[in-house]
Design a protein around this ligand. Sequence first.
Ligand SMILES: [Zn+2]
Length: 79
Amino acid sequence: MSCCGNKNQEKQYDAKFQSTCPVMGSPVDKKIAENKGLTREYKGEKYYFCCGGCPEKFEKNPKSYIEKNSISRDNGGCC
Ligand SMILES: [Zn+2]
């Protein structure tokens, strides 16, 4: 309704379009990652990576990155 509200929404984290690189912990644009082939599936979950080195690292030891990621998310708390 308000004309100023739209830009705010764009800046918010949107899980539909954004993900987090499990290796670096950086935000990843899902479309860009898919275009670059920086995605991997592991146990039915799709993961998106920020750069070319990350999928390789992830494939060597996916578990450690997934677990690390969930821990750092807890530490991150709210915004
Ligand atoms: Zn990366």
